[in-house]
Design a binder for this molecule. Sequence first.
Ligand SMILES: O=C(O)[C@@H](CO)OP(=O)(O)O
Length: 251
Amino acid sequence: MTSAPYTLVLLRHGESEWNAKNLFTGWVDVALSDKGREEAAHGGRLIADADVLPDVLHTSVLRRAITTAHLALDACDRHWIPVRRSWRLNERHYGALQGKDKKATLAEYGEEQFMLWRRSYDTPPPAIADDDPWAQTGAPAYAELADEVLPRTECLADVVTRMLPYWYDAIVPDLRTGRTVCVAAHGNSLRALVKHLDGMSEEAVVGLNIPTGIPLVYRLDEHLRPTVRGGEYLDPAAAADAIAAVANQGR
Ligand SMILES: O=C(O)[C@@H](CO)OP(=O)(O)O
């Protein structure tokens, strides 16, 4: 059997208020719904039951990931572990689609364009205008980001490019010390990370969806390659249902 010295726990935030309303969210800083808070605490109980207690936490700077991590870690008595946050783990910036209804967007632009924007690897949605109410221009959370680095839209390829430096510079060093690392992030930033871990092609990642609130555990070998491709969901049956629900959003 391949030895697996490193353990990585990926956690997509629980359902957000905008997931519940079926709105494109991206960098808009929405809260968890009550169901999302429940999912987060349940995720923490799954982590405790599977005995993959995190030693260190990395989150995005968006409250739905931060709150999810807090509730999950509280539920498994790991609320006290050190934490680092980075915009590099944020959800994909959804450009001018932020705040738009998914169903209405599908009806207006048709299946092909809708899926190109949602899941194609390298087609970003139209850029958001700086004076759009859902733009992040001037937001204090990004005050340290140079204006030309602050995204106005992103495709998944852009997320891979901005996420990987954080993987190598912040997460990998924690794994290498033998700590169990929890990464609390988002559907598309975790798709970018899973693509990297599993060595997925650009074509294959189009079909990858990550469910909310169900921990996904990767055991990694000495080269940081997964011992099980795709990792292992701590509740595989619930994950399968939730993956189908994410894939069908807008319909
Ligand atoms: O709206 C978003 O930011 C994301 C995640 O909720 O949606 P999608 O799954 O459509 O990429």
